[in-house]
Write a protein that binds this ligand. Structure first.
Ligand code: NAD
Length: 467
């Protein structure tokens, strides 16, 4: 948190007040204003990419490719996509009325901005996780307070500078805060809270929001399981795709594969396939100076990961460390039901437990008895196995034969279910999140309309033909 100047509660309250006034003045309502701000977001990401890459390197030791592809590129693409689609998304709808007696009523669904909203973000993908929802909120016509994580201070500070340089400060502000400041933010009345972070803090946010009946989106932690169907998939390709997903940001990703289920007879082959994949990614070892592996965010989390490895009952393959970096580490010889320490919470690091099952049904049973995953990954070519997972499991998303690919598909909603949260975003779903569907009717004030509704006026006449 070094060098990050936190905002006082008074400053936060003032920002909240200013944003409310801007919203009430209607500043953010015109589509032209929204389009301009969205273009500014794209410009910000494009023009300041060097500064953003440096901040990600400072906070997370992230390689530029791993920083550009999931963070900067998608901000530009989403902002420009929103500019293109805005007219369509924001256009009021006029539902067709089939009943004759109200056929001359004017019926409209207005796409009203929810109002003054707050976005609270974690440290692991500080840019896309903040700007993803921000793009939706701008497109919807809201004013926005952003509260980045204090654990990625270089990114948080840069974000504050860039938002005030590129976006209209009357409508979009960044405040800095840790736990106490965020608690103050949550005590204020918002029209929507968009929170991304751990399940533990998600509960605190939901409780605070409940006091003001504020709608919330909770994008929470994920213990994302993987099932590898040894009989019906290309094991070496599956291992490569799973490991690629696991090593992104050193496993510190909500959608990172958390643990892998595989039928017993294929466990040995899968463990070897992971070894081969690791060799092909890092011929000189994952901790080699030229390797692109990110580091663990801080000492506390690093120690936690080491303590997991010290306490697991499984066989460890890997586990070398250097500074705050840890090589991708596989832990096998784990069976279900497992009470292993690696299965007690989201790992959020480069450790991958591989758990033997007797059958696909046993894997499904195990997934059903755990927390509802943010994402469930299944590697199989067999449509019947796919159908089993579609019909017999619950999760925020269900992804076949790939890890992370879903984040490149804004046409499908991204969001959790149950323990992994509620609400969704990406593409139009982001716009919808910050939009109130305001139903409206405008009934012509003419006698003909009342004649069609004559029955509603007293005196009621039970003897009439309608009864
Ligand atoms: P976190 O929950 O500790 O912090 C998130 C935000 O909440 C931060 O801005 C922090 O300042 C604030 N906060 C922390 N404690 C608080 C408290 N007691 N009261 C009020 N506010 C508080 O999460 P993190 O460690 O920054 O991020 C990692 C977690 O986020 C992981 O669980 C990960 O899976 C999850 N995550 C989820 C998604 C998703 O899209 N579902 C994306 C990224 C990260």
């Amino acid at each position: 948190m070094s060098n990050l100047e936190l905002h006082t509660n008074d400053k936060i309250s003032q920002a909240h007040k200013d944003l409310r006034q801007t919203f009430l003045k209607g500043t953010t309502l015109p589509l032209e204003f929204r389009r301009h701000q969205l273009l500014q977001v794209a410009r910000l990401a494009q023009e300041k990419q060097e500064a953003i890459l440096s901040a990600l390197e400072a906070d997370l030791g992230r390689h530029p490719v791993e920083a550009y592809l999931p963070e900067i590129g998608p901000i530009v693409a989403s902002a420009l996509g929103a500019v293109q689609c805005l007219d369509d998304w924001a256009r009021p709808e006029n539902p067709h009325i089939s009943e004759q007696w109200r056929s001359n009523w004017n019926t409209t669904i207005h796409k009203a901005p929810k109002g003054v909203v707050v976005i609270i973000s974690p440290w692991n993908y500080p840019w896309i996780i903040t700007f993803g929802p921000l793009i939706g909120a701008i497109a919807a016509g809201c004013t926005v307070l952003i509260k980045p994580s204090e654990h990625s201070p270089a990114c948080a500070k840069l974000m504050q500078d860039l938002v005030s340089e590129y976006l209209d400060p009357r409508a979009f502000r960044v405040v800095q805060g840790a736990v106490d400041e965020t608690a103050h933010i949550l005590s204020l009345k918002w029209d929507h809270i968009f929170f991304t972070g751990s399940t533990r803090v998600g509960r605190i946010v939901a409780e605070a929001a409940g006091k003001n009946l504020t709608p919330v989106t909770l994008e929470l932690g994920g213990q994302c399981p993987v099932f590898v169907d040894g009989k019906n998939t290309n094991l070496s390709l599956a291992a490569k795709r799973i490991l690629w997903g696991k090593q992104q940001n050193a496993g510190q990703v909500c959608v990172a594969p958390n643990h892998v289920f595989v039928e017993k007879e294929f466990e040995g082959k899968l463990v070897s396939a992971f070894g081969e994949a690791a060799k092909s990614f890092w011929p000189d070892g994952a901790l080699d100076a030229k390797s692109n592996l990110a580091r663990i965010v801080n000492k506390g989390h690093f120690k936690h990961l080491q303590s997991l490895l010290a306490r697991t009952k499984g066989l460890i393959k890997g586990g070398k460390t250097e500074g705050l970096r840890m090589e991708p580490t596989f832990v096998h010889n784990l069976n279900v039901p497992t009470d292993d320490v690696l299965m007690t919470s989201e790992i959020f690091g480069p450790i991958l437990p591989i758990i033997s099952v007797n059958s696909v049904d046993e894997a499904i049973e195990n997934i059903r008895s755990g927390p509802t995953p943010l994402v469930l990954y299944v590697f199989t070519e067999d449509q019947e196995v796919k159908n089993k997972f579609i019909q017999q499991t619950q999760s925020g998303q269900l992804i076949f034969q790939e890890t992370f690919g879903q984040l490149a598909v804004p046409e499908i909603p991204f969001g959790g279910q149950g323990d992994s949260g509620y609400g969704a975003y990406l593409g139009k779903y982001s716009f919808d999140t910050f939009t109130h569907l305001r139903g409206s009717i405008d009934v012509p004030l003419i006698p003909e309309v009342d004649a069609a509704m004559a029955l509603k006026y007293p005196p009621y006449n039970p003897g009439s033909e309608a009864f």
